[in-house]
Design a binder for this molecule. Structure first.
Ligand SMILES: NC(=O)c1ccc[n+]([C@@H]2O[C@H](COP(=O)([O-])OP(=O)(O)OC[C@H]3O[C@@H](n4cnc5c(N)ncnc54)[C@H](O)[C@@H]3O)[C@@H](O)[C@H]2O)c1
Length: 254
């Protein structure tokens, strides 16, 4: 997708993989709207990145707030790129240590943020893109974020793995659905990336995680996610596919 005279929107753009993607888009001269929670560092990040970055606070499950963010994006230029990174983990066991059944509300909340929120952002962004004039035969491109947990969920990750498998499942059908509108959809499935999600762990745990990656035996760098997202945007033949970005790791049960 040619991003000349176009804008982009990045959810989860205040931190980690989303922040690296916002930075890469701004470096390329693309006006980029960061969507993240009101409690996030989105406003500070946008200010630091300069005039091309804007922050529009929204929970990805909130249709009105996401639509307001899309208004901000389209006020700069037609929206032609979505990179949806917002998400969170959370531990749920099927049977707790005390013998009680697993937490139903937390299961639903994590699926709601990671899966239903993805559908919400994708449908609203695609509706905006569908109104664009095609450039080089394309109206827009959407990059979603899954996880290797979609295939190898670890014990305790049942809501997260269910949601990310849902993102993988929606990728091809979304690409098929939006093909008539000339909008592409791909997902990236990161392995273990060095973002604030991991910052709470000790160096020892982080080194242990890095050692599990066959090659390169280190954590992924957020810039590597961002450059892959930009490649998906650039490469018109990438569509309907989920790309693992994981140094060949296959997660163990725990
Ligand atoms: N870091 C990894 O190793 C890794 C691996 C696999 C998948 N992922 C996925 O990559 C994405 C980005 O993760 P990250 O590591 O950059 O994490 P991160 O915590 O650094 O960033 C996630 C951002 O999403 C925002 N967010 C959370 N819930 C939201 C909501 N309901 N509405 C709007 N914004 C919300 C957070 O405020 C945060 O800024 C997530 O979807 C995550 O599941 C990360």
């Amino acid at each position: 997708m040619n991003l000349d005279n176009a804008s982009a929107l990045v959810t989860g753009g205040a931190s980690g993989l989303g922040l690296a993607t916002v930075t890469a888009l701004v470096d390329r001269g693309v006006p980029t709207t960061i969507v993240d929670l009101p409690s996030s560092a989105g406003a500070e990040v946008a200010e630091k990145l300069g005039d091309l970055a804007s922050f529009s606070p929204a929970d990805v499950r909130d249709a009105d707030a996401v639509d307001a963010a899309l208004d901000v994006a389209t006020s700069k230029a037609p929206l032609r790129a979505l990179v949806h990174c917002a998400g969170r983990g959370g531990t749920v066991r099927l049977v707790n240590k005390d013998g009680s059944a697993g937490d139903y509300d937390l299961y639903k909340e994590i699926v709601d943020i990671n899966l239903v929120g993805t559908f919400n952002v994708l449908r609203l962004a695609a509706a905006r893109m569908a109104a664009n004039e095609p450039v080089d035969g394309e109206r827009g491109v959407c990059v979603l974020t899954a996880s290797v947990a979609a295939w190898e969920g670890q014990i305790g990750q049942i809501p997260y793995a269910s949601a990310k498998a849902g993102v993988v499942g929606m990728t091809l059908v979304a690409a098929r659905d939006l093909s008539r509108a000339k909008i592409r959809v791909c997902s990236l499935a990161p392995g273990i990336f060095d973002t604030p999600i991991l910052a709470r762990f000790s160096d020892e745990i982080r080194d242990g995680l890095a050692a599990q990656v066959p090659h390169p035996a280190r954590l992924g760098r957020p810039e590597e996610f961002a450059s892959t997202a930009l490649h998906v945007i650039d490469n018109a033949m990438l569509n309907g596919e989920t790309i693992r970005l994981d140094g060949a790791i296959r997660m163990s049960p725990r």
